[in-house]
Design a protein around this ligand. Sequence first.
Ligand SMILES: *[C@@H]1O[C@H](CO)[C@@H](O)[C@H](O)[C@H]1NC(C)=O
Ligand SMILES: *[C@@H]1O[C@H](CO)[C@@H](O)[C@H](O)[C@H]1NC(C)=O
Length: 191
Amino acid sequence: MRRAQRDGEMVAVLMWGHGAAQGPSRGACVTFQLTMAAVFTVLLITAVAFAVQAFQPHPQPCAQCPFDWIGFRGKCYYFSEDESNWTSSQNNCSALGASLAVFDSAEDLSFTMRHKGSSPHWVGLSREGKEHPWEWVNRSPLSHLFQVQGDGLCAYLGDAGLSSSHCSARRNWVCTKPALQKPRKNFCIST
Ligand SMILES: *[C@@H]1O[C@H](CO)[C@@H](O)[C@H](O)[C@H]1NC(C)=O
Ligand SMILES: *[C@@H]1O[C@H](CO)[C@@H](O)[C@H](O)[C@H]1NC(C)=O
């Protein structure tokens, strides 16, 4: 009887102590804590979402070409509106930090064919004489991938592919120059 009474007192003391530590309205406190936890979680998720978005660069073209130029496989192409002879065309490409078009692959040739329209365009291919080999303006020899029709010393792109004529003929021309590479290649889409 006495023992049970003491136990009861002790339980009461413990409960009173607990209640004192938590404050009188324990239910309201828990609700407040849950609300704060929910608000904090939402804020955290929002912050993480913003951070992820900020550090996720939107995909952009890997190659940068000047306005009015067309990018293709790491090079920028410029199709002239004016016509000029081969030497003057090359000088005008030079003035734009480029050269008359140099093709590294059959794809370069077909790309240029698609974009040149109906007018023949000078390209950066010439030879010193009919018995001399064709040479690109960057001094590399003409690969066996390409064939040049005609017996001129300067090459242009005609409707049937590469052809040649007198260098003094006035034609449109195509310039090429290397495209600027974006520093972060992993986050861009190839063009
Ligand atoms: C070549 O470029 C120069 C300026 O760089 C320009 O004055 C000239 O008209 C151009 N020639 C042709 C045929 O477009
Ligand atoms: C090429 O054109 C330029 C400018 O029009 C001219 O000064 C030059 O004499 C021409 N050269 C040839 C070989 O026709």
